[in-house]
Design a protein around this ligand. Structure first.
Ligand SMILES: N[C@@H](CCC(=O)N[C@@H](CS)C(=O)NCC(=O)O)C(=O)O
Length: 205
């Protein structure tokens, strides 16, 4: 059964679900529809499927709509019989979900940060808050780099990998690798996976 995915080559959350689709062999079942989701311009067509006007949004063959990326990824994980990206046993499941929340949350403030930088009158309290969150999140990930490397591949690795790659895509010149060497080494291993290489972000604007 085919599925329609509201998609963009620029969106890190779309990338996350595409990485999962590649990992699980589901890409051939997806019809990716280029959808422009902009914070300052709600998209009428997209809102017919998702009132939040956000991507990724998945539409199944029977019309069922699924969002957001954690829900789509978990849905995909239920479509195969191989090793699961969402562990069922505790505490592995809690760790995977927390790492996913950390990667997704990092993306949330990175997107807000980019939006703020495009505003004519930027708010210094907002910008300084994003700088603090960036520093604290990267420090926390550096401290967990060993655990990331040791733990079987899961949705948490994918979310964090997409978030770190988004820094490289949109915050060109950010030198996070120099100050977070263990995290950089771990990221190099995940970025080398075919699922990541096949979903490199592209600015098609
Ligand atoms: N929690 C959502 C976040 C999705 C998200 O923020 N997507 C961005 C594109 S990367 C978007 O659609 N932005 C449009 C908007 O903020 O209105 C998820 O995990 O899917």
């Amino acid at each position: 059964m085919r599925m329609k995915l509201h998609w963009s080559p620029r969106s890190p959350f779309v990338r996350k679900v595409m990485v999962v689709a590649h990992e699980l062999g589901l890409v051939d079942r997806l019809d990716c529809v280029r959808t422009v989701a902009a914070t300052t311009q709600p998209h009428d067509g997209l809102m017919r499927d998702n009132p939040l006007s956000k991507i990724p949004t998945l539409v199944l063959a029977d019309g069922t709509v699924i969002y957001d990326s954690p829900v789509i990824c978990e849905y995909f994980d239920g479509l195969h019989d191989g090793p699961k990206l969402f562990p069922t046993a505790m505490p592995e499941r809690l760790t995977a979900l927390r790492w996913q929340a950390l990667g997704d949350g990092m993306l949330d403030f990175l997107l807000l940060w980019r939006n703020e930088l495009t505003r004519p009158a930027q708010s210094e309290p907002h910008l300084s808050t994003y700088r603090v969150k960036r520093a604290k999140t990267l420090a926390s990930l550096e401290a967990e780099a060993g655990a990331l490397a040791r733990t079987p591949y899961c949705i948490g690795h994918i979310a964090i990998g997409c978030a770190l790659s988004y820094i490289d895509f949109r915050f060109v010149g950010d030198t996070w690798r120099e100050t977070h060497p263990r995290l950089a080494a771990w990221h190099a291993t995940i970025a080398a996976r075919p699922s990541f290489r096949l979903t490199e972000a592209v600015d098609d604007s």
